[in-house]
Design a protein around this ligand. Structure first.
Ligand SMILES: Cc1cc2nc3c(=O)[nH]c(=O)nc-3n(C[C@H](O)[C@H](O)[C@H](O)COP(=O)(O)O)c2cc1C
Length: 185
């Protein structure tokens, strides 16, 4: 018999999710935040969605820049996830303070994170209201990947990279490459 929960203030039974750091650049300042609530939305055109609460500084940055990058972190970047996800750009310049290493995007002004194993360059296409979060829909213009982390079909190789996964409440984990299987019906 399963326990039935109707108080959903702790709304994290669906984790683990990969941790992405998302953000945008406005004038000379970039701001990023950790984002676990993200999803692919369409192949053609390639659309990717991120959910950002209105009170986040990142919400203002993406709304103004009309573009954003989505940066997937490795387990070694756990501290970076905590810094980007527990400090607000309303109060501090996180990029400077935590010496976040950035490199240029190819199609937009917003930089990508150097240590990300994959980074999406997105042009903002739509914003939808979803309760206390807003769904930013981005058209993916380019994906920058660390080549050794993916096979020829774009499947992540868990022997080469340990993606950072979020379990909620500041707990993190990664994948075990020994459990990898390829199976068809
Ligand atoms: C691992 C992790 C995942 C998070 N996921 C989200 C998310 O999907 N959406 C969101 O609005 N906030 C999320 N947060 C909270 C923001 O990252 C956090 O409030 C951050 O400080 C906002 O920074 P900003 O004000 O500079 O935008 C997450 C925090 C952590 C630690």
């Amino acid at each position: 018999m399963k326990k039935v929960i109707t108080d959903l203030r702790t709304f994290q039974y669906f984790y683990p999710y990969t941790v992405a750091v998302v953000g945008a650049q406005v004038k000379d300042r970039a701001n990023f935040m950790s984002c676990a609530w993200h999803t692919a939305l369409s192949f053609d055109p390639p659309l990717f969605g991120i959910l950002v609460a209105k009170k986040r500084r990142t919400y203002d940055f993406i709304s103004e820049a009309k573009e954003f990058t989505v940066n997937f972190l490795v387990q070694e970047d756990l501290a970076l996830s905590a810094q980007m996800g527990r400090v607000s750009g309303h109060d501090r310049d996180k990029v400077k303070e935590f010496q976040v290493e950035l490199s240029p995007a190819v199609h937009i002004r917003t930089p990508v994170l150097d240590t990300a194993y994959a980074a999406f360059e997105c042009r903002l296409r739509d914003i939808y209201s979803c309760g206390d979060h807003e769904l930013f829909v981005g058209e993916v213009l380019a994906v920058q990947v660390r080549e050794e982390c993916f096979d020829r079909q774009g499947v992540l190789d868990p022997r080469q990279v340990k993606p950072l996964l979020y379990l909620g409440s500041d707990f993190y984990i990664t994948v075990d490459p020994d459990t990898l299987e390829h199976k068809l019906p």
